[in-house]
Design a protein around this ligand. Structure first.
Ligand code: PEP
Ligand code: CO
Length: 452
């Protein structure tokens, strides 16, 4: 049963609430013109896709599917590039095949991309050498260079974000639908540098086993097995810029309610997850599945309030809680939240983001994340959910298909000194392709070793 839309909600009702983390545009007429243009542009995703993803997330909440989410902390316009998109897809495909094989369950693949442009900031301004300018808030708002021109929020950047998202989605859809994602040809996903990884042999062993099984099944079936030539890919992003999200919120013929058609799976960030705030108001009314970042500082009663508000009709797959505590805090912080959510009686999908709580600074001031701590948080998340008869149904990683050196550790043992070699992230450190694949293999190892 599809719940009726709340009578007091509209795509603009958030404007009557306290709205945090929005840019201040000096040229409001230009903002209006941009929003009017966006409001008539074609949607980036369809309601059918959104509904399918929701049903997949529902399955993941029951342990019948696993959610693999990955992407950048902040996308940059100049990274909307052939090689970067293709390499990220390759690593997500490699990871998903490992997970399908090892967990013996289908995987929902979600890229936190094609829209992950706006970033929440802890301070609205930044001061350098006595000069104060607006903080950099992401490529859809301003530019990172420290000048008045770069930092002044420019509404035309929203159009550029829309166009980059459309270009990226176009390419991702074509690759996911055509020969590139064909399970008969996993060699298409090989990444040169990862071929030299200490774990390459383990990965290729899995691939060979799958190929053997396919050959056997197709021989018995006397023909190709349908559906193995393509995959589904979905997108998510933090829905921070509410004017942009509103402009892409639409009704759809023959469906109840309104959909945010800028992404399949919008998230609420931790700085804007206030029950009375604008972001929660906007999100409660849309039909999409939604993600909520859950970290230290969110009390059990606040979380219960958010769960009741965001999933009042108890729809499976509607709400995903993306937990990020750090290996040192998860054991104290997660259990009371699981209990509080259980007490609401509402369905949620629990997803572990082991990246954000494990960020550290090196002696030279670089942000990094130790592979061992990321893995430790993930393993603890599996154990805690299992011990509480709850289900960890997914993961979210910040990762790239490139050969970067941003997180320390992993099979190749990247050290702090190695970080200088290829540190490219302007924001949070990401797993490189090798470390990301290793993470998928370690999830499988953990899962198999668990008493289930
Ligand atoms: C993120 O989700 O990538 C992120 C950096 O989140 P936050 O700023 O909320 O920690
Ligand atoms: Co981040």
């Amino acid at each position: 049963m599809i719940p009726a839309p709340a009578p007091d909600w509209s795509p603009a009702s958030w404007q009557d609430k306290e709205v945090l983390q929005q840019p201040e545009y000096p040229d409001s007429a230009m903002l209006d013109a941009v929003l009017a243009e966006l409001a008539v542009r074609p949607p980036l995703v369809t309601s059918w896709e959104v509904e399918t993803l929701r049903s997949h997330l529902a399955e993941a909440s029951y342990g019948l599917r696993f959610l693999l989410q990955g992407g950048d902390c902040a996308e940059r316009f100049d990274e909307c590039r052939d090689d970067i998109i293709k390499n990220r897809l390759k690593i997500l495909l490699q990871m998903s095949v490992v997970l399908i094989y090892g967990l013996k369950t289908p995987v929902a693949r979600v890229g936190r991309f094609a829209g992950q442009y706006a970033k929440p900031r802890s301070a609205p301004t930044e001061t350098r050498d006595g000069i104060t300018l607006p903080s950099y808030r992401g490529d859809n708002i301003n530019a990172p260079e420290f000048s008045v021109e770069a930092r002044t929020p420019d509404p035309r950047r929203l159009l550029k974000a829309y166009h980059c998202s459309a270009m990226m989605l176009n390419f991702v859809r074509a690759l996911a639908d055509g020969g590139f994602a064909d399970l008969h040809h996993p060699e298409y996903w090989n990444l040169d540098f990862a071929e030299r990884s200490p774990l390459a042999a383990e990965y290729h062993g899995i691939i060979e086993t799958i190929k053997e099984a396919l050959r056997f099944a197709e021989t018995v079936a006397q023909g190709p097995i349908l559906g193995l030539g393509r995959v589904d890919f979905y997108t998510s992003h933090e829905a921070l810029h509410l004017h942009y999200e509103q402009a892409l919120t639409r009704t759809v013929p023959r469906r109840t309610g309104m959909y945010n058609l800028s992404t399949h799976f919008p998230w609420i960030g931790k700085r804007t997850a206030h029950l009375d705030g604008a972001h929660v108001e906007y999100m409660r009314g849309i039909r999409n599945p939604i993600g909520l970042k859950v970290g230290p500082g969110l009390s059990p009663s606040e979380l219960a309030g958010l769960v009741n508000n965001l999933n009042p009709a108890d729809e499976a797959g509607r709400l995903t809680l993306i937990t990020r505590f750090g290996a040192g805090r998860i054991e104290t912080d997660l259990p009371p939240l699981i209990e509080a959510v259980e007490a609401t009686g509402k369905n949620v999908l629990w997803c572990c983001d082991p990246m954000h709580g494990n960020t550290e600074k090196t002696e030279t001031g670089l942000k990094t994340r130790p592979f061992d701590k990321i893995l430790a948080e993930l393993e603890l998340a599996f154990d805690i959910h299992a011990a509480m008869h709850s289900n960890l149904g997914g993961v979210h990683f910040e990762l790239t298909g490139e050969d970067v050196t941003e997180c320390v550790g992993g099979a190749r043992g990247l050290s702090e000194a190695d970080l200088e070699r290829a540190y490219h992230s302007p924001v949070d450190p990401r797993l490189n392709a090798e470390q990301a694949l290793e993470m998928a293999l370690r999830i499988v190892r953990k899962y198999k070793g668990m008493d289930r």
